[in-house]
Design a binder for this molecule. Structure first.
Ligand code: F6R
Length: 609
């Protein structure tokens, strides 16, 4: 999604800004731009639709140089992807501004600015902000005060950075609802929407808080809170090396990340061995919270929501603790009745998802005894704002479609089940069984990866199809949902998941010889029931693809293709089967020729609601 990089330095910064944008590219965007104040105090602008490499080409062809600048990657919300809608937006050749987020009252502000004589050259919500800033500057305010005044007029979410040719060594910025971090340099300072963009120039960061407005110059920085009072914010040293991210011989990040799962799952579970007690994997104070907790409320979006749905089965069945799961975009706006002594668990790969973050903030104030986040990104907003934290060790995930982040989230959630279960219904024997299953998980995932060529062969059958149905029962139902989500997001084949028992209540009407039906088959008590559901599909001419335990007694026959999955402990089946479905989506998308790592219209980190 949109990315911001800005610099106030004594050296030329165009390459720093471009490198920052390159580091944010994986998040997904459709246009990019950069504005610099040159040494004659003129605004120099490059912006266009397309990739950062196009911006680099433009910069090579017509170099713009300067020591103060702002840059942006845009993921279109208001206004189509185009050069005109790309950021930075400028006002009167004086002010340039970049923005992440959505300004909800932009229409009213636009009317007002049009009436004052401002002309608009884009269809974005952002352009009102740059004109408002310009208007305040024309009234004789300093750049900082002008921005403070401007943001007071905005409704919605924003991270903003702006420059003004009449304050040529300053960058001002503000955040509310979208992340922004200061990178502290020596004789230079930076801003970005993600510290990753600045790791090339510094390892010292200040994460801005809601409502903060900041002014940086090469030699100073001043932060003001929402009410305009100067404040100090904590400095964070991030010393671990930035992960080297390359394709490592794979054709796509998604395929690489699928294959990294045995290592990532082992590393995530290994935290249990490096802490004196499993509770400590969730942060200081976890034991006290876990002793008190009587119910769990999970909140997340997309794939992370599916992880929550799987966890509900574990938490209720194994740990005997009531658990509810809801998508964050619904939870945040709903009047709720919450169980006494509930723990709020948010799940988020990026730790920045706007709805999940808003849900956490919205639940503050005594509704829950504490909040716990399961995230892959240390120092992300959700991590900083939650009471307890479980960090998955997936490593950086570049592919927009989440793979290793999902399966490592499941490991974290199974560890949470262990931590809570030992205080409640879970016998010592059952705990040992789950621990052994977690230890053996990387091997079973490896065995599943070895089915790659079989799955690749099967995937051809999906190429001419426009729809697919995924069925599961019990804990495999959310896995069917995750399989359908993966297929639709990267191959653009419309896919829906149903609990198999719901088939007769509607979706069976869709089944014909043009509708492939993928079944995630368990080998537990529900197997016989699933077999009857599949029979219903087959007798209506549907083509079945069954991912089943090799000992479950499924055999391939005309119009039924069975994938023999490793016979593994019941509790880790959702994780193991997910890997096969990831491979299926990958191969279908590959043969359809879609952009596997950057599917159309999607972004890696969804920082707007
Ligand atoms: C799908 C996918 C998305 C994310 C969702 C939440 O493959 O990646 O559905 O799971 O946008 O993102 P996080 O986990 O970062 O909160």
């Amino acid at each position: 999604m949109c990315g911001i990089v800005a610099a106030a330095a004594r050296r030329e910064v165009s390459e720093i800004l471009l490198e920052g944008l390159r580091r944010l590219e994986y998040r997904g965007y459709d246009s990019a731009g950069m504005a610099l104040i040159d040494n004659e105090h003129n605004l120099q602008l490059h912006k266009q639709q397309g990739k950062v490499c196009e911006l680099e080409k433009a910069q090579k062809l017509h170099p713009h140089l300067g020591c103060t600048g702002i840059a942006h990657t845009r993921w279109a919300t208001h206004g189509e992807p185009s050069g005109a809608n790309a950021h930075p937006h400028i006002s009167g050749q004086r002010v340039a501004l970049v923005h992440n987020g959505i300004i909800e009252n932009h229409a009213a502000l636009r009317e007002e600015l049009l009436a004052s004589g401002y002309e608009f050259s884009s269809a974005t919500d952002t352009e009102v902000v740059v004109h408002l800033l310009h208007q305040a500057l024309d009234g004789g305010k300093t750049l900082l005060v002008a921005l403070q005044e401007t943001v007071r007029r905005l409704e919605g979410a924003y991270a903003i950075a702006a420059v003004d040719v009449e304050h040529p060594d300053q960058v001002v910025a503000a955040r509310k609802g979208s992340p922004l971090v200061i990178g502290v340099g020596i004789g230079e300072n930076f801003l970005a929407s993600d510290q990753l963009a600045l790791r090339q120039v510094t390892d010292r960061f200040i994460f801005l808080e809601e409502g903060d407005v900041v002014e940086i110059t090469p030699s100073s920085m001043q932060i003001y809170d929402e009410s305009g009072v100067p404040v100090e914010r904590k400095r964070t040293l991030i010393s671990e090396a930035v992960e080297v991210v390359d394709l490592g011989g794979f054709d796509h990040y998604m395929l690489k990340e699928i294959h990294e799962q045995p290592r990532a799952l082992a590393a995530t579970y290994a935290q249990a061995a490096t802490h004196p007690h499993i509770d400590d994997c969730f942060g200081a104070g976890a034991a006290r919270v876990f002793d008190r907790v009587k119910a769990i409320q999970i909140v997340a979006c997309g794939t992370s929501f599916h992880a929550g749905m799987v966890a509900r089965y574990w938490l209720e069945e194994l740990a005997g603790i009531p658990c509810q799961v809801e998508v964050a975009s619904e939870f945040r706006y709903r009047k709720r009745v919450t169980h006494a002594d509930s723990l709020l668990v948010t799940i988020s790969q990026s730790g920045e998802t706007a709805d999940t973050l808003a849900a956490l903030r919205n639940a503050a104030g005594g509704e829950f005894i504490a909040s716990l986040v399961v995230s892959n990104v240390a120092n992300s907003s959700l991590v900083r704002e939650s009471d307890l934290v479980f960090l998955t060790k997936a490593g950086m995930e570049i592919g927009v479609a989440s793979t290793k982040a999902f399966t490592t989230q499941l490991v974290g959630l199974l560890m949470l089940t262990l931590a809570l279960g030992r205080r409640r219904a879970m016998s010592e024997e059952k705990q040992q069984e789950v621990v052994a299953a977690l230890q053996s998980l990387p091997d079973y995932v490896q065995q599943t990866l070895e089915l790659n060529s079989v799955i690749e062969e099967l995937s051809g059958a999906f190429i001419p199809k426009h729809h697919a149905l995924f069925l599961g029962r019990g804990i495999e139902y959310p896995i069917a949902m995750e399989g359908a989500l993966k297929l639709k997001e990267i191959s653009y084949i419309h896919a829906e998941a149903y609990p198999a028992g719901e088939l007769k209540h509607g979706p069976l009407a869709l089944v014909d010889d043009d509708m492939p039906v993928v079944a995630v088959a368990p080998s537990d008590d529900l197997l016989e029931k699933l077999k009857s559901n599949l029979e219903e599909v087959r007798s209506r001419g549907g083509e079945l693809f069954v991912f089943a335990d090799q000992q479950a007694g499924f055999v391939s026959e005309p119009r039924v293709k069975v994938f023999p999955m490793p016979h593994c402990p019941e509790v880790i089946k959702p994780i193991v089967y997910t890997v096969a479905l990831q491979l299926l989506s990958y191969h279908v998308a590959l043969q359809k020729g879609t952009d596997v790592d950057k599917p159309r219209n999607l972004a890696k980190s969804v920082t707007v609601e």
